[in-house]
Design a protein around this ligand. Structure first.
Ligand SMILES: [Zn+2]
Length: 77
């Protein structure tokens, strides 16, 4: 088990340090592989980003787990 970082799944919304020119920092994960395909949540533009770049960009800014919020984390305390 080498992966200790947060798992990213297709459909997740992640927030990157890198902002798109449209101003949005949130990206929806469309495909996961050696390269990630990300869709800008602001304007819908799609980019390819290397896994390493994604992880590096996420390390400081964290992930927005929009999907999982609804399913797992949305439990009332
Ligand atoms: Zn954009």
């Amino acid at each position: 088990m080498e992966e200790k970082k947060a798992e990213i799944r297709v459909g997740d919304i992640i927030r990157l340090k890198k902002a798109h020119p449209c101003g949005s920092r949130e990206w929806q994960v469309l495909r996961i592989g050696q390269d990630f395909r990300l869709k800008c949540a602001g304007c819908g533009h799609q980019i390819m980003l290397k896994r390493r770049e994604v992880e590096k960009n996420m390390r400081t800014s964290g992930i927005l787990l929009a999907n999982r919020e609804n399913k797992e984390y949305n439990k009332t305390p």
